[in-house]
Design a binder for this molecule. Structure first.
Ligand code: ADP
Ligand code: ADP
Length: 225
C-alpha cells in the first residue's frame, strides 16, 4: 500500500496553472524522483503533497488519511513529526552551530536538552560530519551544509523526506557525495523520499522516476531497482 498519494491535483496561482490533474503514489521505503523542466510544476506538487499548499482540486492521502480531512493544527503536527524537508539552500540558521541546527527540531518537539543534543550528535558520523558539530553553519562548505540539512531533516525520524533540488546549489562532484550519503542514510532508516530534481544524475539515485510536464505527470515510470 502506498504511504502517500496524490490524486488528480489542480493548482493555479492567479492565471498561472501550475498543476492540472497530477497524480502519483509513493511506496514505503521508496525513493521517487520527480523530474521535468523548470516551471513544470514539480515544486508545487511537492508542496501540495507535504500539506504546505492546498490544492484547488484533487486529494492527497497520507497513511490512509486524506490531508483535507485534517485540521490546520493536525497538518502542522504531521509536517513536524512525519515529514522531513531538504531544500536547495536556506534551511539552516547560519549563526547557530551545526549541532544546534540538528538539535533544533528535537527541542521544538519538546525533547530534553541533553537527550536532544546526544541524538543530534549521533548523526554526524553517519553523514561524514565528525568534528564539525561546533562549527557555525554559515562557515561550512555547501556540501557540508547540505549534509547538516539532511541530518536535521532526518533526526526526528520522519516517514517521508521531501527533497527539492537538494544538490541544486552544489558542483556535480559534491552533489554526488551528498546524494550517496543521503541515500545510504534513508535506506538504513527505511524513509520514503520524494526527490524533486531536473538533474538526471541526481534522479539516477532513485528507485523510480516520474516526469512532470505542464502540471501533469506524463510518465509514471517503471521501477529501476
Ligand atoms: P518547478 O518546480 O517545476 O520549476 P513550480 O512548481 O515551481 O515548477 O512552478 C510551476 C508554475 O507555477 C510556474 O509557472 C511558476 O512560476 C508558478 N508558481 C509556482 N509557485 C507560485 C506562487 N507561489 N505564486 C505564483 N506562481 C507560482
Ligand atoms: P524551483 O527551483 O524549485 O523550481 P522556483 O524558483 O520555481 O523553484 O520557486 C521557488 C519558490 O518560489 C517556491 O516556493 C515557488 O512556489 C515560489 N514561486 C515560484 N514562482 C513564483 C512566482 N511566479 N511568484 C511567486 N512565487 C513563486
Amino acid at each position: 500500500m502506498s504511504i502517500l498519494y496524490a490524486n488528480d491535483l489542480t493548482k493555479s496561482f492567479g492565471a498561472t496553472v501550475a498543476l492540472q490533474g497530477a497524480s502519483l503514489s509513493l511506496e514505503p521505503g521508496e525513493i521517487l524522483a520527480v523530474m521535468g523542466p523548470s516551471g513544470s510544476g514539480k515544486s508545487t506538487l511537492l508542496y501540495c503533497l507535504a500539506g504546505i499548499f492546498t490544492p484547488d482540486d484533487g486529494t492527497v492521502t497520507f497513511g490512509g488519511r486524506r490531508m483535507d480531512s485534517l485540521s490546520d493544527r493536525e497538518r502542522t503536527r504531521l509536517r513536524r513529526t512525519a515529514f522531513g524537508f531538504v531544500f536547495q539552500f536556506g534551511q539552516l540558521v547560519p549563526e547557530l552551530t551545526a549541532v544546534d541546527n540538528v538539535a533544533l527540531p528535537l527541542l521544538l518537539s519538546g525533547k530534553r536538552r541533553t537527550a536532544a543534543y546526544e541524538q543530534a550528535r549521533s548523526w554526524f558520523p553517519r553523514l561524514g560530519l565528525t568534528g564539525l558539530e561546533g562549527r557555525r553553519t554559515g562557515e561550512l562548505s555547501g556540501g557540508q551544509a547540505q549534509r547538516v540539512a539532511v541530518a536535521r531533516a532526518l533526526v526526528t525520524g520522519p516517514e517521508v523526506l521531501f527533497a527539492d533540488e537538494p544538490t541544486g546549489a552544489l558542483d556535480s562532484l559534491t552533489g554526488e557525495m551528498v546524494m550517496d550519503l543521503m541515500v545510504d542514510t534513508v535506506r538504513a532508516e527505511h524513509t520514503s523520499v520524494l526527490l524533486v530534481t531536473h538533474d538526471a544524475r541526481v534522479a539516477a539515485h532513485a528507485d523510480r522516476q516520474i516526469t512532470v510536464r505542464d502540471g501533469q505527470v506524463i510518465d509514471a515510470g517503471a521501477r529501476v531497482r
